[in-house]
Design a protein around this ligand. Structure first.
Ligand SMILES: *[C@@H]1O[C@H](CO)[C@@H](O)[C@H](O)[C@H]1NC(C)=O
Ligand SMILES: *[C@@H]1O[C@H](CO)[C@@H](O)[C@H](O)[C@H]1NC(C)=O
Ligand SMILES: *[C@@H]1O[C@H](CO)[C@@H](O)[C@H](O)[C@H]1NC(C)=O
Ligand SMILES: *[C@@H]1O[C@H](CO)[C@@H](O)[C@H](O)[C@H]1NC(C)=O
Ligand SMILES: *[C@@H]1O[C@H](CO)[C@@H](O)[C@H](O)[C@H]1NC(C)=O
Ligand SMILES: *[C@@H]1O[C@H](CO)[C@@H](O)[C@H](O)[C@H]1NC(C)=O
Length: 496
């Protein structure tokens, strides 16, 4: 009997070891939603091997809790574009996606916008607001028609059971759209609750950071190449530092081919991936004198917000422990004197460390970080290092990351319609009004009236399609403005 039991036992052991190994090695978020908006397909496999569920397909359709939206497909997608950018969901009035949250805490929210030309609907008429659980993420946002998709990256504290993303067109003549949505619970150690305040008067610790909404405005891999979501366990993108570097004079890049030694209590792989820690920029002393210079990176920022600056360090360049001491500056202020990575990483080289700084100077327009030799720096060694920087914008006092209007006022700004009247009835009234208006205008000879003369003949279908909520590849919409004639009729009722 034992002979038969043993293989089973071994299988069990190796399976649980394997399981344990995977749990330890790869982060698996409790809440993990990937939606390909406007897609009717089961899943879309991204180049990062991620499966986005179509928001018009079975399980994916539960998240959109609004009707009256439009699906749009790019009939001519660029050959190398990710499949998630081939469809969009278009909104003509406030609409929301609702996600159930199983684990309270910080969540990563990523919104993807990619415009394309469509004969049905012109996405360049988009202008809209986006809010999440009472925080304003985007205000009067217009996704410019660029080759590359626009990806907005947020960290939102969620202490309710739902995360609600609301899209609101700026005006009735505008539309809102989205290409894809990611909602992922963040590892507990991603946002520490404490940071060091960088202020003209004082340097102190600030608590309670976690409960703010953060937008990552820059995520930079210093000295290295772009890191794509494929190589980041939280599917982030890190860009090279060249465009932010004030001057590369006197600094060198370094690449480390060995293993990055993540330690308990230190920066985890989710805080920064191997590809960020294994490259850096350095100041090195080659002879008996210590270079008298700093390396400085400058980031344009929007005034009126606090910023959380995270600097990533990993000594991948020293030949031995205890040789590297340097100073760290944020906005020209000394925030770390004689930073000693050896002692901060329990005497281990190639072990990552990060430091968070809160900058609350609300009126400068730029944010700078520098590293340079300290008066404990030694000759013939590395005298300063930086591996990565992240700059995160924090919500202002009204809970907005974009402007001075609160989520509540945005919702109120949308005129509430005759809520008691059934929608098909409104449609019918609109149609009748439009028809009679047309007859009226024609009758008195207003042939060149901008708003009315180009009305499409088969407008009833457009409007009904819009009411029904799905306008699949409707070939009969020649231009976007005409989709909204129904609303315009409503507005003009007052004048009658
Ligand atoms: C949005 O932009 C329009 C002009 O395009 C402006 O009239 C309106 O006040 C802006 N709204 C907000 C909330 O900033
Ligand atoms: C991932 O990282 C490895 C090692 O740096 C690199 O060779 C590879 O090209 C990267 N893959 C992607 C998709 O970025
Ligand atoms: C040390 O090297 C730097 C260039 O790396 C040079 O500018 C400097 O003059 C040298 N100092 C001495 C004392 O040789
Ligand atoms: C490095 O930057 C700091 C802060 O801006 C400044 O005080 C210091 O003089 C700089 N050092 C050099 C050598 O430029
Ligand atoms: C190190 O520099 C600081 C100013 O940055 C100065 O106050 C201090 O005296 C210096 N220490 C030594 C040992 O020179
Ligand atoms: C961010 O918004 C929250 C909730 O509205 C608020 O408590 C917090 O003070 C805001 N943060 C800042 C820096 O004003």
């Amino acid at each position: 009997m034992e002979i038969y039991k043993k293989p089973g036992f071994f299988l069990y052991v190796s399976l649980s070891l394997l399981l344990h190994f995977t749990i330890v090695c790869s982060f698996s978020p409790v809440d993990h939603y990937l939606l390909d908006c406007g897609s009717t397909e089961a899943t879309t496999v991204d180049i990062d091997h991620r499966r986005f569920t179509g928001d018009a397909f079975e399980s994916g359709s539960q998240f959109l809790s609004s009707t009256g939206t439009i699906l749009l497909r790019d009939s001519n997608p660029p050959p190398n574009s990710s499949p998630i950018y081939r469809t969009v969901r278009v909104f003509t009035r406030p609409s929301k996606y609702v996600f159930n949250i199983r684990e309270k805490g910080t969540h990563l929210v990523r919104l993807h916008f990619h415009q394309f030309d469509s004969s049905n609907l012109n996405l360049c008429h988009s202008q809209f607001h986006v809010s999440v659980n009472g925080y304003v993420l985007l205000n009067n946002f217009t996704a410019e028609n660029t080759q590359n998709p626009i990806i907005k990256d947020y960290m939102i504290w969620v202490d309710t059971e739902k995360l609600v993303i609301t899209f609101t067109p700026s005006r009735k003549s505008k539309i809102a759209f989205v290409s894809a949505i990611e909602v992922i619970s963040a590892p507990k150690d991603l946002i520490a609750d404490v940071a060091q305040l960088v202020d003209s008067k004082k340097i102190e610790q600030i608590n309670g950071l976690m409960r703010n909404a953060l937008e990552t405005v820059y995520r930079v891999n210093v000295g290295g190449r772009k890191v794509t979501p494929f190589n980041d366990s939280l599917w982030r993108t890190w860009v090279p530092d060249d465009e932010f570097l004030k001057s590369s004079d006197g600094s060198t890049r370094v690449y480390f081919g060995g293993r990055i030694k993540y330690q308990m209590g230190g920066a985890s792989r989710e805080v920064g991936p191997d590809n960020v820690y294994n490259t850096a920029r350095l100041i090195t002393s080659l002879n008996d004198s210590i270079p008298n210079l700093n390396i400085t990176w400058v980031f344009p920022v929007i005034e009126g917000y606090d910023y959380l600056v995270r600097m990533h360090f990993c000594d991948i360049a020293s030949i031995s422990l205890g040789l590297l001491y340097f100073n760290v500056y944020v906005n020209g202020r000394l925030v770390y004197e004689n930073l000693d990575l050896t002692s901060l990483t329990n005497d281990m080289l190639a072990s990552p460390f990060y430091a968070d700084f809160l900058v609350d100077e609300k009126s400068s327009g730029v944010l700078s970080v520098s590293v340079g030799p300290s008066n404990m720096s030694m000759s013939h060694t590395v005298d300063a290092i930086l591996n990565g920087v992240e700059i995160m914008k924090m919500n202002n006092s009204i809970g907005s990351l974009d402007g001075t209007i609160s989520a509540e006022s945005i919702l109120k700004s949308w005129p509430s319609r005759n809520t008691g009247v059934p929608v098909p009835l409104i449609a019918l009234v609109c149609l009748l009004l439009t028809a009679s208006l047309l007859i009226y205008r024609r009758g008195i000879g207003f042939k060149n009236s901008m708003a009315w003369s180009p009305l499409p003949v088969d407008m009833s279908q457009i409007y009904l399609g819009h009411i029904v909520g799905r306008m699949l590849h409707s070939p009969f919409v020649p231009c976007v403005t005409k989709v909204y004639y129904g609303c315009e009729v409503e507005a003009s009722k007052d004048k009658w």
